[in-house]
Design a protein around this ligand. Structure first.
Ligand SMILES: C[S@@+](CC[C@H](N)C(=O)[O-])C[C@H]1O[C@@H](n2cnc3c(N)ncnc32)[C@H](O)[C@@H]1O
Length: 222
């Protein structure tokens, strides 16, 4: 089994401290929603976000959307050999049912994530496809997800061919950063069995996810 964990994902509701900003107000009015029940999105809320700490990296639900599309639609997931999790900057852990088929449309994905943050699960009744739990730091995520080895993907890691790296390692947890700039906020390195780089330049989180998924599958086929 391959476990993919997107760590420090920049996914959060609009923080109270900027809810009164005119840009946020306009966005809330357009969507007919209370400001603090909307996802923070840097493409819409850029000017209001200047008041937040670390404004340059926050408000990136699009990264989570792309990542989940790649993971859930993969052959490995269809074969039942992939588990996908999201850890957020506010230490929430989102568990994703492998059978989930999430909206391809970004606005619909945003609406779904807002329901998840507000209700704690989607759908609100029956078997949850997505569920979110608060108070899960990175270390707690490691205890929650069954695995025998932790591999952190980082552009500063040891250069490695993924296919070779995955041979003989069956229950892996691969950690990928869910942000577009900067470094992990969580202390991922201290828990890592290996820290690997798969290319000499920074890649997007979803590109790394797709490389990991395909190479994991190929490593066991050959
Ligand atoms: C867009 S990167 C994070 C920001 C990056 N420091 C930058 O400035 O572009 C997202 C994540 O993808 C993974 N990643 C990106 N490039 C990588 C590489 N060359 N090798 C391994 N993992 C990589 C890491 O897990 C990283 O946290």
């Amino acid at each position: 089994m391959l476990n993919l964990l997107l760590v420090d994902a920049e996914l959060e509701l609009v923080p109270e401290e900027i809810a009164g900003h005119p840009t946020i107000g306009a966005s809330a009015k357009r969507r007919k929603k209370p400001a603090t029940k909307m996802l923070l999105d840097s493409s819409l809320h850029h000017s209001a976000m200047k008041r937040l700490a670390e404004p340059e990296r926050r408000g990136r639900p699009d990264i989570v959307h792309f990542f989940l599309m790649v993971a859930l639609e993969s052959v490995l997931n269809h074969r039942g050999l992939l588990r996908t999790y999201i850890h957020t900057r506010n230490d929430q852990l989102i568990a994703v049912d492998p059978l989930s088929r999430l909206p391809k449309s970004y606005p619909r994905f945003v609406g779904l994530m807002e329901s998840l943050f507000i209700d704690g699960r989607v759908p609100s009744r029956g078997q949850p496809l997505l569920s979110i739990q608060a108070g899960f730091c990175f270390e707690d995520c490691l205890h929650e997800i069954p695995h025998s080895e932790t591999v952190v993907l980082s552009e500063t890691g040891e250069s490695c061919k993924l296919k070779d790296c995955f041979r003989d390692r069956k229950d892996l947890l691969c950690v990928i950063g869910g942000f577009s700039r900067g470094d992990f906020r969580s202390d991922v390195l201290s828990a890592a069995d290996r820290v690997i780089s798969i290319y000499e330049q920074p890649l997007t989180a979803w590109t790394v996810a797709s490389e990991v998924i395909v190479n994991y599958e190929n490593a066991f086929e050959s």
